[in-house]
Design a protein around this ligand. Structure first.
Ligand code: ATP
Length: 241
C-alpha cells in the first residue's frame, strides 16, 4: 500500500505547492491523479520518488509510506530498492544509447546478471517493437516507442509500484490508447500503477481509482468509472457538458 498522509510540500521559502494531501493507493490497482496545469501533480511525483530536493522543494509536513517504510526522507536510489519506480515526464531516454543499453540503465539496482537478462527478455515480450530495435539508438525511435522504452526501463527494477508522470504528453492519440492498454497489462501482471495525467479521459479510462488535484489540494476522489460520469469532471477535464 502506498500512502500519502497529510503531505505538504514547499519550494524555497515561499511556494506551497502541495497542502495537506492524503490518500491511499491500494495494492494491485491503477490510480489516476488528474488536474490542470500547475495543480501540483509533478510535485507529488517528485515527493514520492525522492527527487524534490533537486528542484529546490521539500516535504514540510506529513509523510509518504510504502508498506511499513516511510519513504519521503529516502534518496531516489533507496526508494527504487524499496519497490517504487518512476517514469518521468518527457520520457528522458538516453538518445545516444541503444534500446538495450537504455534497459540496462534501468537495471542497475539488480545485482544478478541472470535476473537482468530475464527482465530484458520480458521487456521484449511485452514491447515487441523494442525487441525489433534492440540495437537501434533510442533517438531514432518514434515518440510513442520512446515512451514504451521509458516504461520498459521503469519496469526493469521489478517495482511493486510503477509511477508515470504524463505518459500521454506529446503522443499521437492512437498510441495513447496503446499506452493505456499497456498499463492495464502491467497491472494485470501484478504491479500497482500510479498515473499522473492531464489527459483525464485516458487516465480515468485505465484507472480503478481517481484523485483530482487542484491548486495543491485534493478536490475530489473516488471510483474512476464513477468519476468519468461526474458532471464536474466531464465539464472541467473531459471537454463535455
Ligand atoms: P504541469 O502539468 O503544468 O506540470 P503540475 O500539476 O505538475 O503542472 P507542478 O509542476 O507540481 O504542477 O507545480 C505546482 C506548483 O509548484 C506551481 O505553482 C508551480 O509554479 C510550483 N513549482 C513547481 N516546480 C517549482 C520549482 N522548482 N520551484 C518553485 N516553484 C515550483
Amino acid at each position: 500500500m502506498l500512502i500519502f498522509d497529510s503531505l505538504s510540500v514547499r519550494y524555497g521559502a515561499g511556494v506551497q505547492a502541495i497542502e495537506d494531501v492524503g490518500f491511499e493507493v491500494r495494492p494491485g490497482t491503477v490510480c489516476a491523479i488528474i488536474g490542470g496545469n500547475g495543480a501540483g501533480k509533478t510535485t507529488l511525483m517528485r515527493a514520492v520518488s525522492g527527487t524534490l530536493g533537486y528542484h529546490g522543494g521539500r516535504v514540510v509536513s506529513g509523510e509518504i509510506r510504502l508498506g511499513e517504510t516511510r519513504i519521503d526522507r529516502l534518496n531516489p536510489h533507496r526508494i527504487v530498492q524499496h519497490g517504487l519506480a518512476l517514469v518521468p515526464e518527457g520520457r528522458h531516454v538516453f538518445g545516444e544509447l541503444t534500446v538495450e543499453e537504455n534497459l540496462q540503465v534501468g537495471a542497475t539496482t539488480i545485482g544478478s546478471g541472470k535476473l537482468r537478462q530475464q527482465r530484458v527478455r520480458r521487456a521484449y515480450e511485452m514491447f515487441e517493437a523494442l525487441g525489433r530495435y534492440r540495437t537501434r539508438r533510442a533517438s531514432l525511435l518514434s515518440g510513442g516507442e520512446q515512451q514504451m522504452l521509458a516504461i520498459a526501463r521503469g519496469l526493469m527494477s521489478g517495482p511493486e509500484v510503477l509511477l508515470l508522470d504524463e505518459p500521454s504528453l506529446g503522443i499521437a492519440p492512437k498510441v495513447v490508447h496503446r499506452i493505456g492498454e499497456t498499463l492495464r497489462e502491467i497491472n494485470r501482471a501484478g504491479t500497482t500503477v500510479v498515473l499522473v495525467e492531464q489527459n483525464a479521459a485516458m487516465a480515468l479510462g485505465v484507472a480503478d481509482q481517481g484523485v483530482v488535484i487542484e491548486r495543491g489540494a485534493i478536490s475530489m476522489r473516488g471510483d474512476a468509472a464513477e468519476m468519468r460520469e461526474t458532471e464536474e469532471i466531464r465539464r472541467m477535464y473531459l471537454g463535455g457538458s
